[in-house]
Design a binder for this molecule. Structure first.
Ligand SMILES: [Zn+2]
Length: 122
């Protein structure tokens, strides 16, 4: 496994940034404090009763397609942060510059690899 490139302070910083992004999306979906609590309490992967999971799905269905994708990317980035692969480009395996991570904490790739992917998609 590749070495962790972020020190403890940076890991903390990105935990906070990703949590803020997630909370912003939750607040977009929820219309009451109770709904917000339901979302906060039942993260993906967390053991939840079927009823709770269903209400989370219902709440999140209010998000636009773009917002849902953004939330998925935030969850994926949070998982990478906890497994020590956060900040490593999924395209070339090199470190993603800190400035890019700060601008886009959920970025999976460096700018060059993103440009290559967009070129391919065209
Ligand atoms: Zn790259």
């Amino acid at each position: 496994m590749m070495a962790q490139i972020l020190n403890a302070a940076l890991v903390e910083e990105f935990r906070r940034r990703l949590r803020e992004m997630r909370e912003r999306l939750f607040r977009t979906a929820a219309t009451s404090d109770e709904e917000l609590q339901t979302l906060e309490a039942h993260q993906p992967g967390a053991p939840a009763e079927d009823v709770a999971r269903e209400s989370v799905t219902t709440l999140l269905s209010r998000l636009s397609g773009r917002e849902k994708r953004e939330l998925d990317e935030v969850y994926a980035a949070q998982a990478r942060l906890e497994t020590g692969t956060f900040g490593i480009c999924e395209g070339c395996g090199r470190a993603v510059p800190l400035a890019r991570l700060r601008a886009m904490p959920a970025a999976r790739t460096c700018v060059a690899c993103e440009a290559r992917e967009e070129e391919r998609a065209r």
